[in-house]
Design a protein around this ligand. Structure first.
Ligand code: AMP
Length: 562
């Protein structure tokens, strides 16, 4: 039997080693991504033993990028982005600028030309979608205000990254000329115009033709009832559009795939398309991380400790300070600012794509690439610890109510004025659930007040003339200020059941008889909330089921009340 099968060995050794290292690091509660990168290091040219074929690994990685970007496009929701635009847009812009300036500064210290420094900074600016989404999911933050801001922020960073990928090749010549003191605007204008023209032609084709043809094709296949064919259609579309875009319009695979996903995200089949592509996407994303690990020369840790530390400082602290500052400027609480800083204090796949392009365009030195790769691997590794530190800080803050006099909190925690209301309803959260409850209470002339921590919702409540206590309901002094011991009841209408549990437990210490009604999304959350003192817990999914049964009139709605 012929054993000269580089494609098979790269895939097999890559996946097997990634599995082994991924499982090992998972055991010590580090993201498996780190394991995949380590697997790449082991099968790369800088460590002894088996060396996989880098060219094949790179091509496999390209498929990973196409599927990842297709996924980003599928999840790209203009509506979600719009709802947090006020903070996400300036936040991402400030953070990208800060990272770029810091990267450029470090490059200058290392003796690089400006173009290489700027490229290095840009590569440090974009956080990893994979790492962020995973951290948010683990902490059940996706559905919270903080989660939406972080994801919106990331989408803006993604778009900036896609734009950079498109603009970089034509800009490369200009940046190099500029660095050499030769600023020829014409030599920039023509390739830039050509690239933008090609991108515009591709976008127009996608919006005019693709928007009709692609969803129609998918609907047609969905109606055939063949799951296999549907799955194949999704892959054919994502890979086909990306490849076609690259051949016909010279745009990157990444942009083509992003657009194919975005076009589909409008279709009601997008959810299904996303879940169908997941297994293959995961497999190729793993190979992507492995191929990146193969590029990494671990000796940089001993050869360049100081530049590496400086790079890490930019990723872990520089970007975080910028994010923290801007979130606070916009009036959000410290916990929101810290969560967003922590979730963005890492870099991942976008940086890898950017350094790859940077090196191929001679806009980045191999040393710069190694620093970015090392910075990424270590920052992803440290990300869970960053969140652990965040928990510590937040827990300590709760234990130490007296704040230093020079620190003006957005949410005054001590000596909040106590409401004059009594026998009233206290409503926590005024989002999709709370605002409906609030309207009904107002219509019934029931006195109530709202505790809310989102500045937008607080503003709306003030305009509507509703009494509001601004801040996190779980923070010290908030429930006392709501005069809970003489209230008629407490409605915890927030999506995060763990925070809901904290609020219920605090309310119970104030009144043992107060009716507390909370909101949950799963049986575990119901148990958690009840354990912490809620009298009754409403699970949205049960209520939807009951309403469906009632509407179809087939049977009496079963008693699912908790
Ligand atoms: P929704 O999921 O759309 O019903 O929105 C929930 C609302 O609750 C949002 O407006 C959040 O700002 C708000 N919220 C979430 N957690 C808290 C909390 N701990 N304290 C006060 N308000 C909160």
């Amino acid at each position: 039997m012929n054993h000269n099968t580089p494609l098979i060995s790269t895939i097999v050794v890559g996946l097997v080693l990634a599995f082994v290292f991924g499982a090992l690091v998972q055991r010590v509660r580090i993201s498996p991504l780190v394991g995949y990168l380590l697997a790449g290091v082991v099968m790369g040219p800088f460590t002894p033993g088996y060396v996989a074929d880098q060219n094949i690994a790179n091509e496999l990685a390209e498929i990973g990028i196409i599927l990842l970007m297709f996924g980003v496009g599928l999840h790209f929701s203009l509506k979600d982005l719009w709802s947090v635009r006020a903070i996400a847009l300036p936040g991402a812009v400030v953070q990208i600028s800060a990272a770029t300036v810091m990267g450029w500064g470090l490059g200058w210290l290392l003796g690089w030309s400006s173009d290489k420094g700027i490229m290095f900074g840009i590569a440090l600016s974009t956080a990893s979608t994979v790492v962020l989404l995973r951290a948010m999911q683990e902490r059940r933050l996706i559905d919270t205000e903080r989660g939406r801001i972080a994801v919106g922020w990331l989408i803006v960073e993604d778009i900036a990254c896609v734009l950079t990928l498109v603009m970089l090749p034509p800009l490369a010549g200009f940046m190099k000329g500029h660095a050499a003191g030769d600023m020829d605007i014409v030599s920039l204008a023509w390739p830039l115009a050509l690239t933008l023209g090609k991108v515009a032609a591709f976008v127009a084709l996608m919006l005019v033709v693709g928007r009709r043809v692609i969803p129609a094709l998918l609907h047609y296949v969905a109606h055939t009832g063949s799951r296999e064919l549907f799955r194949l259609a999704v892959f054919a579309i994502s890979l086909g559009v990306a490849f076609g875009a690259a051949i016909l319009f010279d745009v990157s695979f990444a942009l083509g795939a992003f657009f194919a996903g975005m076009i589909l995200s409008e279709s009601e089949l997008s959810q299904r398309a996303a879940s169908e592509t997941l297994p293959l996407r995961d497999a190729f994303a793993v190979l992507f991380f492995v191929s990146v690990g193969m590029l990494f020369d671990p000796s940089i840790i001993v050869k360049e400790p100081l530049p590496l530390l400086a790079t890490l400082f930019i990723i872990l602290f520089g970007k975080s300070f910028a994010a923290y500052g801007i979130v606070r400027v916009f009036g959000y609480s410290k916990s929101t600012a810290l969560t967003i800083s922590a979730s963005l204090a890492q870099i991942g796949e976008f940086s890898f794509i950017l350094v790859g392009l940077g090196v191929s365009l001679s806009l980045m030195t191999e040393r710069g690439r190694d620093l970015v790769l090392a910075g990424s691997i270590i920052s992803i590794m440290l990300n869970p610890f960053w969140f652990a530190v965040l928990d510590r800080i937040l827990a300590e803050k709760k234990d130490t109510p007296p704040l230093p006099p020079d620190e003006k909190p957005a949410v005054p925690r001590v000596e909040l004025p106590v409401t004059g209301l009594s026998n009233h309803v206290v409503l926590v959260g005024y989002g999709r659930v709370g605002s409906v409850v609030g309207k009904a209470l107002r219509a019934a002339n029931t006195p109530f007040l709202v505790i809310e921590d989102n500045p937008g919702a607080i503003e709306r409540l003030r305009q509507e003339g509703v009494e509001v206590i601004s801040g996190n309901a779980a923070a010290p002094g908030m429930l006392q200020a709501a005069n809970l011991d003489v209230a008629h009841g407490l409605l915890v209408a927030i999506p995060d059941a763990f925070e809901g549990g904290q609020i219920a437990a605090k309310a119970r210490t104030i009144s043992t008889t107060l009716p507390i009604i909370a909101r949950a999304h799963s049986e575990e959350e119901i148990a958690h909330l009840k354990h912490h003192g809620a009298n009754s817990v409403i699970m949205g999914e049960h209520e939807i089921a009951k309403a469906m049964i009632a509407q179809i009139g087939a049977a009496d709605a079963p008693s699912l009340a908790s």
